[in-house]
Write a protein that binds this ligand. Structure first.
Ligand code: HEC
Length: 158
């Protein structure tokens, strides 16, 4: 029967695409999404760029300082993503450091700015890891803001 013959090879090629692009970082639950290509395009992203502790600190900064003006959707919306995805974390960090809080730019510590970036990564669904994000421009410049693979779309989604 064709189905039983072709399904396994479709499965294998999806796994192949996922492993070529994602390596071991790719989550086992995600790669077999309906479109392997789409999954592959978003893969870089699963890099673990910050620690959970940094995100927790960033959440405090956010609540104490940013939340007075921002809702979290300000840093997760489609508009935000269109603007920032694909750019370096240094650009995002610098933008926040030099313009925020809007009424007193530059008044937080570097670490507060850095942890707010970590928190923004978390809000966007990027996973925490063992290695801390460092506030050094050379490293931050090499790190791209890339999105995590979207959750497997429901087969019933339009
Ligand atoms: C006093 C109000 C206020 C505070 C406090 C504030 N912001 Fe903002 N923020 C704004 C306004 C207004 C804008 C949009 C105008 C602009 O880009 O300058 C903005 C824009 C941004 C953007 C750019 C969004 C985009 O779509 O590009 C980011 C990121 C951001 N803020 C992060 C933060 C973070 C992180 C904090 C806390 C450390 C913070 N803001 C605190 C008012 C504020």
């Amino acid at each position: 029967m064709t189905i039983s013959k072709y399904l396994p090879s479709a499965f294998l090629s999806a796994v192949l695409v996922a492993s070529v692009f994602g390596g071991s970082r790719m989550s086992a639950q995600r790669p077999l999404a309906a479109s392997p290509l789409r999954a592959a395009m978003f893969v870089v992203d699963s890099a673990k760029l910050y620690t959970e502790a940094q995100a927790a600190e960033g959440a405090k900064v956010w609540t104490a300082t940013c939340a007075g003006c921002h809702e979290s959707k300000d840093v997760t919306s489609a508009d935000f993503k269109t603007k920032w995805v694909g750019r370096s974390l240094f650009e995002l960090y610098e933008q926040i450091r030099t313009t925020m809080p809007d009424d007193a730019p530059g008044t937080l510590t570097r670490d507060q700015y850095l942890t707010s970036v970590a928190y923004i990564l978390k809000l966007n669904g990027l996973p925490a890891g063992e290695t801390a994000l460092m506030p050094d421009s050379a490293t931050l410049s090499t790190l791209k803001f890339a999105l995590p693979a979207p959750p497997s779309p429901s087969p019933f989604a339009p």
